[in-house]
Write a protein that binds this ligand. Structure first.
Ligand SMILES: NC(=O)C1=CN([C@@H]2O[C@H](COP(=O)(O)OP(=O)(O)OC[C@H]3O[C@@H](n4cnc5c(N)ncnc54)[C@H](OP(=O)(O)O)[C@@H]3O)[C@@H](O)[C@H]2O)C=CC1
Ligand SMILES: O=C([O-])CC(=O)C(=O)O
Length: 264
């Protein structure tokens, strides 16, 4: 039987996820900001019910995916989890807010829901989380993107993106700060922190490179297990250069996992 998906937020990532939705799953509900609710010329017109709140949904989706960014998770996450649903999350940076983290964890515990934190634009979160069980000494993360990928972000307060002529570090701090200051660009920092040594102890560098067309993520971890370095050079989505294609694919994977009896 076809499973029914609810998508919170339908921007660049949501569009890509919808395009690649595995057979056996249909988009049945789209949760959008109030201002979009009345729009008629949409990719979901006539196919999915448009909602502005979770409570307006009278049935139980088989899976809810958040593709809305940090404000979308903060606004809708609790209601999803209180209803006992599974919520796959990409805006992991919102969880740098400890109060929100607690609110969502409590809603999941009390409501029977489950929050599935997706690997998003990076790889290796399974290994990092396993390594943590033996003790981690250090985890560092560097993100390097083209100037256009940092446009419209807090980077504009720190560096003149149009004048950059060589690869330049413009932010150094911890994962919590990075996730809060760069909500559309540094969720990965929070993902790594949540899988590894936490927000305060994960060291982050953000870099702009005028000569790259890729979103590069470099993770180094060391501990009792040994050490690893992962460098992932991702292609940004055409429709949003801040967002890596792999992040959308991690949502598609979550949809497939909800369908298959055996899955990675
Ligand atoms: N974990 C990871 O590796 C990654 C995580 N991300 C996260 O995913 C998010 C989405 O990426 P992308 O699709 O490219 O971004 P877009 O800005 O293209 O799309 C986000 C959409 O969600 C909408 N939205 C915002 N707030 C709400 C809300 N409260 N309820 C419902 N919809 C809402 C936005 O509307 P409006 O335009 O009006 O704001 C927009 O249409 C990013 O903001 C980032 O937080 C992105 C890349 C990697
Ligand atoms: O997609 C990416 O490359 C990373 C990103 O935006 C994020 O971490 O929020």
């Amino acid at each position: 039987m076809t499973k029914r998906l609810m998508m919170i937020g339908y921007g660049a990532m949501g569009t890509e996820v919808h395009r690649l939705l595995p057979e056996g799953m249909e988009l049945a509900w789209v949760v959008v900001p109030e201002a979009y609710a009345a729009a008629t010329c949409t990719p979901w017109a006539g196919r999915a019910e448009v909602l502005t709140s979770i409570d307006a949904c009278e049935e139980a989706p088989d899976l809810v995916v958040e593709c809305a960014g940090q404000p979308g998770l903060a606004e809708h996450g609790e209601a999803v989890l209180r209803r006992g649903l599974t919520l796959a999350v990409v805006a992991t940076g919102a969880l740098a807010d400890e109060a929100l983290y607690e609110r969502l964890a409590t809603a999941a515990r009390e409501g029977g829901g489950r929050m599935q934190l997706l690997s998003g634009a990076v790889a290796g979160m399974d290994g990092l989380a396993a390594a943590r069980e033996g003790g981690l000494d250090e985890v560092t993360y560097e993100a390097c993107k083209a100037p256009r990928s940092w446009k419209g972000s807090h980077a504009e307060q720190l560096i003149d993106l149009d004048a950059v002529t060589e690869k330049t570090v413009f932010f150094e701090g911890d994962a919590g700060e990075a996730a809060r200051l760069f909500p559309a660009n540094s969720n990965v920092a929070a993902t790594i922190a949540l899988a590894g040594v936490g927000m305060r102890d994960t060291r982050v560098k953000l870099i702009v490179d005028p000569d790259t067309r890729r979103n590069t993520h470099r993770i180094h971890a060391q501990g009792r297990f040994g050490e690893f370095t992962i460098e992932l050079n991702g292609h940004p989505l055409e429709s949003n250069p801040k967002t890596s294609t792999l992040a959308a694919l991690s949502v598609v994977r979550a949809c497939r996992q909800a369908l298959e009896p055996v899955s990675f």
